[in-house]
Design a protein around this ligand. Structure first.
Ligand SMILES: *Cc1c(COP(=O)(O)O)cnc(C)c1O
Length: 368
């Protein structure tokens, strides 16, 4: 039995996608990579479709195939692989494929021959992130090879895309610089006679803050799960609803006097007579060790900081002398009735993406 209960409100995912759709005239690709940021690939993909996502996006080819195996028949794009990409299986599964390099193109062309089909390609452009994507100087050579394969009926270019480095700082000069490089590359592609069905650049932050960069398709991820990628100036969190809730139960409570050291190394010492509560979830369950003495949880609506070090399978809370908490009471680590993933991230010096991935990836996969 998992010591943490991770539950996902898939209705919130549907409503979040509806809100993102209302923010754009472009199509929406819900990014469901990394097991939908820990929220469960298949149910999250289904929920995003119900909200109007005409595309789903995944980094790993396996995830695209898993969506198909689960019955998803809409457009799906996968983008992160080397020449070992299982191109034949992806083409047979009617998955759109990103291409960044000649070796990957060669694998896709070979896969198309084996499948007896045509691969739908999205040219991935490195406009300044220096991660996946072809650099502008190498685009012409990639286009030569792509057009040759297209003439043979093995591929057809349907998209061109790139990814922003600083989208979470809407005024950052690199955004316009990358958009300029992107537009230049689009012109170069179209000048070669390629008619692009979808041009796409915007992640969640750019979807919510840069309508001028939506092109034909936006690719929100974190916002789909209800976490605002930037602060909403109106303080409304863009109307997004966090979909993940993480909870545990108190296994034991006990009353102790002032001056008791708590957990390994006694990093916390009770300042007064108090009631301690034991939660049987630790870093093996996804509770970051760095959360000790920093992150908060909620019991019956009240917040308590984790007292002392996080152990492998347990943490201790200082519930206060007047606490009426009992063994069996619920402890909310993340949820509408407790801290947000963003508060956890701020407490331990990371981003909320890592918080939901961590709790989600270590959870018992019960919600599929
Ligand atoms: C992860 C990812 C996204 C989604 O980013 P968010 O910041 O979660 O909205 C979009 N596009 C690509 C290429 C990605 O890797």
């Amino acid at each position: 039995m998992s010591r943490l209960q991770v539950t996902v409100d898939h209705g919130a995912i549907t409503r979040n996608v509806e809100r993102l759709r209302a923010a754009t005239t472009a199509q929406v690709m819900a990014v469901v990579k990394a097991d939908a940021y820990g929220h469960g690939l298949v149910p999250s993909g289904r929920a995003a479709r119900a909200g109007g996502a005409t595309w789903l996006g995944v980094a790993q080819p396996d995830e695209a195939l898993a969506l198909r195996a689960a019955g998803d028949t809409g457009r799906v794009l996968t983008w992160l692989y080397g020449p070992e990409v299982p191109a034949r299986a992806l083409i047979e599964a009617d998955v759109d494929l990103s291409v960044s390099s000649l070796p990957v193109l060669a694998s896709i062309v070979a896969g198309a021959r084996e499948a007896g089909g045509t691969a739908r390609l999205h040219l991935c452009l490195d406009t300044g992130l220096s991660r996946e994507g072809v650099r502008p100087a190498e685009l012409a050579a990639l286009l030569d090879a792509v057009l040759e394969a297209q003439a043979d009926g093995l591929v057809t270019v349907v998209g061109a895309w790139s990814h922003l480095a600083w989208a979470d700082q809407p005024g950052h000069p690199t955004i316009d610089a990358q958009a300029g490089v992107f537009r230049g590359a689009l012109e170069e592609i179209e000048a070669r006679g390629i008619a692009l069905e979808v041009r796409h650049l915007a992640n969640s932050a750019a979807t919510l803050t840069r309508p001028d960069l939506h092109f034909d398709l936006v690719r929100p991820g974190i916002a789909v799960y209800g976490l605002p990628p930037v602060e909403d100036p109106s303080g409304e969190g863009f109307g997004l609803e966090p979909a993940m809730r993480v909870s545990a139960t108190l296994a034991l409570v006990k009353d102790v006097e002032a001056g008791r050291g708590v957990s390994y190394g006694h990093d916390y010492v009770t300042p007064a007579r108090t009631r301690l509560g034991l939660v049987t979830a630790g870093y093996a369950d996804g509770v970051f060790r760095s959360a000790g003495n920093r992150a908060e949880v909620a019991v019956a609506g009240r917040r308590f900081r984790i007292a002392g070090r996080v152990c492998m399978d347990q943490v201790v809370l200082d519930l206060g002398a007047r606490s009426e908490a009992q063994a069996g009471d619920e402890v909310v680590l993340i949820g509408p009735d407790g801290p947000s993933a963003t508060e956890w991230a701020d407490a331990i010096g990371t981003i909320d993406y890592e918080i939901v991935c961590r709790f989600g990836c270590l959870r018992e996969k019960t919600s599929v």
